[in-house]
Design a protein around this ligand. Structure first.
Ligand SMILES: Cc1ncc(COP(=O)(O)O)c(C=O)c1O
Length: 396
């Protein structure tokens, strides 16, 4: 066989999906999936109605950067916080994932660096690999609520090849929310070092105390800010695969359009559904916040009852990066799936190291997702507690 590229050779296996292969091999076990951010919340009816009402004669290509209607709708939606946006500031993408890939590709040459507060969303590694870039972590800690460290610590992550900083706000897996002040400091820091700022705002509607600030709100940084948004989580529409890349930087947007042209556009049906999503009333988003506040609260309260477990209450998104009294959560997570059973049930968790740049970090942590109803989550957490006890008895 001819040899494959070095690039694919260095692609990491997703920490979140890793256990799926093992789970699929188990028979007759009911698994509680706390490892993956796939909500079971029903997709809003207007989106399903939009699917039914889409009846083209020809399933034609759409414009590469998105249909004008969809781009305008996304711009109008974001203009609620960031006035002055129009359709030219938007490219419709295949989920937030493709927007991230486009952003990384547009700002990095092979060998360039992107800094990211860690723990971070694991797929940033994959996008960086495809773009030929390296991810350089900036450590944040559970003790500090995973907020950004001082500028000195940020500086230490820089190299002569650093091109951008990327972060999720609200954070996956951390649940940290950056407000105006914290974001202003990060943007000022990025400006001092002439970096692009890639703000992944796919959880922007899911917050519990105060809302995140969008990086697009800082007009003075218009040329360095790239925002990623997605329909996946906000509208429980992960399978629709629609996201947006937004920026006020016209030169960048012209290059993003070329990247979009290379793959010919997002399916028009999905964009038609996206417009239905973007026209939902504000009350819809309040409902969504209520649903996740209850779920996240239920999960964290249940975790607080487990001895030796530290579970931060997220300020946004629906994950918690949890510390366990276990020294190797990779091994623990696999053991749960392969060997731990209680009344025919088991639990799947995402091991912590996958969210860090070095596999030796985060080894006593797991990430849990609060994407099911509270009763189901409580049962999952109960099983986790039993699993921790049994694992410690067996493995010390
Ligand atoms: C932080 C973050 N960014 C981006 C994505 C990509 O989502 P999608 O491609 O479905 O929009 C996810 C999905 O879980 C995520 O957690």
């Amino acid at each position: 066989m001819p040899s494959l590229s070095k690039r694919v050779g260095t692609l990491q296996e997703s920490a979140i999906r890793k256990l799926d292969f093992v789970v699929r091999r188990q028979e007759g076990v009911k698994f509680h999936r706390l490892n993956i951010g796939q909500p079971d919340v029903a997709t809003p009816q207007p989106l399903l109605d939009a699917i039914a009402s889409f009846r083209p004669r020809v399933l034609a290509y759409g414009p590469a950067g998105g249909t004008p209607e969809c781009r305008e709708a996304a711009a109008a939606y974001h203009a609620r916080w960031s006035p002055g946006l129009d359709g030219m500031h938007v490219s419709v993408t295949c989920g937030g994932s493709e927007a991230l890939l486009f952003a990384f590709t547009a700002v990095c040459d092979p060998g360039d660096d992107i800094v990211v507060p860690e723990p971070y969303y694991t797929n940033y590694n994959g996008f960086a690999t495809v773009a030929g870039a390296n991810v350089r972590p900036i450590r944040t800690t559970l003790a500090d609520g995973f907020h950004l460290p001082s500028d000195d610590v940020l500086d230490a992550a820089l190299t002569p090849r650093t091109r951008a900083v990327v972060f999720a706000n609200p954070g996956n897996p951390t649940g940290a929310v950056y407000g105006r002040e914290e974001l202003a400091r990060l943007l000022a820091w990025a400006a001092r070092h002439d970096l692009f700022v890639i703000a992944d705002e796919v959880y922007r509607r899911i917050w519990f105390e105060s809302p995140p600030t969008s990086a697009l709100e800082f007009e003075e940084h218009r040329d360095r800010v790239i925002v990623v948004d997605s329909l996946s989580k906000t509208y429980s529409a992960c399978g629709l695969r629609v996201g947006f890349l937004l920026s006020r930087n016209d030169v960048l947007m012209e290059k993003i359009e070329r990247l979009a042209q290379a793959r010919l556009g997002v399916q028009p049906l999905a964009q038609h559904v996206a417009m239905a999503a973007l026209s939902l009333p504000e009350s819809y988003y309040e409902e969504v916040r209520g649903v996740y506040a209850e779920r996240v609260g239920g999960m964290v309260d249940a975790l607080a009852e487990l001895p030796g477990v530290v579970a931060p209450r997220p300020a946004g998104a629906f994950y918690s990066m949890v510390e366990l009294p276990v020294s190797d959560t990779e091994r623990f997570a696999r053991w749960l799936v392969e060997s731990f059973r209680h009344e025919g049930e088991s639990v799947v968790v995402a091991p912590g190291p996958g969210f860090y740049a070095r596999p030796t970090d985060g080894r006593n942590q797991i990430r849990l997702a609060a994407v099911n109803d509270v009763a189901t989550l409580r049962r999952g957490v109960e099983l986790l507690g039993r699993g921790v006890e049994a694992f410690r008895r067996e493995h010390g």
